[in-house]
Design a protein around this ligand. Structure first.
Ligand SMILES: *[C@@H]1O[C@H](CO)[C@@H](O)[C@H](O)[C@H]1NC(C)=O
Ligand SMILES: *[C@@H]1O[C@H](CO)[C@@H](O)[C@H](O)[C@H]1NC(C)=O
Ligand SMILES: *[C@@H]1O[C@H](CO)[C@@H](O)[C@H](O)[C@H]1NC(C)=O
Length: 359
């Protein structure tokens, strides 16, 4: 028995050693210089650059080793170097995973908006096996919130865009900056709530376009000369019951904004099905994103959600992450909201199919 264990230890050690020798043959300092150019990163002085290089090197080595160990395993999950590779986990979490905040003092409350859970008969009986709203052109290109905790505005706008595409066939990219400047959130780059963003859209009667009211990644004064132009709107919203089956039904209807608890697993995510890496403290590190579909992998039959993020196309799978479906990963089903538009209400009365008709 003992020799079997010893044999395994030797095998594993050999594996790690082979991995390390492959890594050390790479000039990481050269990689870092290349990475700085690619991500337009500069540092105020040499000691800061050394410190950042230290973080980068540790990540570089651990990512390469991790991916090497994954080879041949029944998992598609991959880590990678990206724009977050010179940041500590604490820095990453404090900026990018603390942008959703339900603190009621942070938003002006709604005015009779229907925020009750949706009724059973609002939606299809059985959600289809898979759906990807990107194929139906309901989803605008991936955006980048930059160095600002404004995910709540991005998730809300992405949901309004999806609702506009469904209801009116309009796929205009809409303005997050308008929500950031005008919704009444005192410090929108330190977090806010998707629901508060929806309240603003309804109160204002709509949103201007991204082209007319562009994003600058910091909060400014509301440009009231631009708020009268309404190129996208919703008329209300409903909460989705907090379970993945009802969430699938809601997603079968249209893209749905959700709140996930983000942990270190997201910092290095490059592709495949994410199965962990959520926040240790789900109440602290909340991030708002948009679910644009779900499916199942052909090789290992893993169910997943297709999630649109707002960290640019350089992160994950061209800006998207596929998250394992079926275990309420990162509390994905706990805080989902379904936007309503004029036609939704009419359609819901008449349609008895498993999902909305396309086209
Ligand atoms: C690695 O690259 C750096 C700068 O890009 C260079 O100064 C250094 O000599 C290289 N080291 C090796 C071992 O090639
Ligand atoms: C270098 O920059 C860092 C980060 O801005 C700062 O904290 C540090 O004091 C600077 N060090 C020197 C020697 O100027
Ligand atoms: C809208 O749809 C057209 C045609 O499919 C596409 O070319 C365009 O990129 C889309 N615009 C946005 C903002 O998604």
């Amino acid at each position: 028995m003992a020799w079997i264990i010893l044999w395994f230890i030797i095998l594993i050690l050999g594996d790690i050693q082979r991995g390390m020798s492959q890594i050390t043959s790479v000039n990481i300092s050269q990689e870092f210089e290349r990475w700085m150019i690619e991500h337009e990163r500069t540092y105020p002085n040499n000691s800061e650059k050394e410190r950042r290089f230290g973080i980068f090197r540790t990540r570089f080595e651990s990512i390469k080793l991790f991916n090497m160990q994954q080879e041949g395993k029944t998992s598609t999950f991959k880590k990678g170097i990206n724009m977050f590779s010179d940041m500590t986990a604490e820095e990453f979490l404090s900026i990018y995973a603390s942008c959703h905040d339900d603190d009621p003092s942070k938003y002006i409350s709604s005015f009779g908006v229907d925020s009750t859970y949706f009724a059973e008969d609002d939606y299809a009986d059985i959600p289809p096996v898979s759906i990807d709203w990107r194929d139906e052109k309901l989803v605008t290109p991936v955006k980048n919130q930059g160095h600002c905790g404004s995910c709540w505005a991005f998730a809300a706008v992405a949901a309004v865009e999806g609702s506009m595409a469904w209801n009116y066939g309009i796929n205009t990219s809409l303005s997050e900056q308008q929500i950031l400047d005008c919704s009444g959130n005192a410090d929108g780059c330190k977090g806010g709530s998707t629901q508060a963003a929806f309240d603003y859209v309804i109160r204002n009667g709509g949103l201007n376009s991204e082209a007319n009211y562009g994003y600058v990644a910091k909060q400014g004064t509301c440009d009231s000369s631009k708020t009268d132009q309404h190129l996208g709107q919703i008329t209300g919203y409903r909460k989705v019951p907090p379970n993945e089956y009802d969430l699938a039904k809601a997603v079968a209807w249209q893209p749905i904004p959700v709140v996930i608890s983000v942990g270190a697993g997201f910092q290095e995510y490059q592709g495949g099905i994410l199965r962990g890496g959520c926040a240790y403290n789900p109440y602290k590190h909340k991030h708002a994103v948009l679910i644009v579909g779900y499916g199942r992998t052909e090789d290992y039959h893993e169910d997943y959600w297709i999630v649109k993020n707002s960290w640019g196309e350089g992160w994950g799978e061209k800006g998207y992450v596929r998250m394992y479906k079926g275990v309420n990963l990162c509390n994905i089903a706990d805080n989902a909201i379904s936007p309503l538009n004029t036609y939704d209400v009419e359609w819901r009365k008449t349609i008895t199919r498993n999902r909305r008709p396309v086209g």
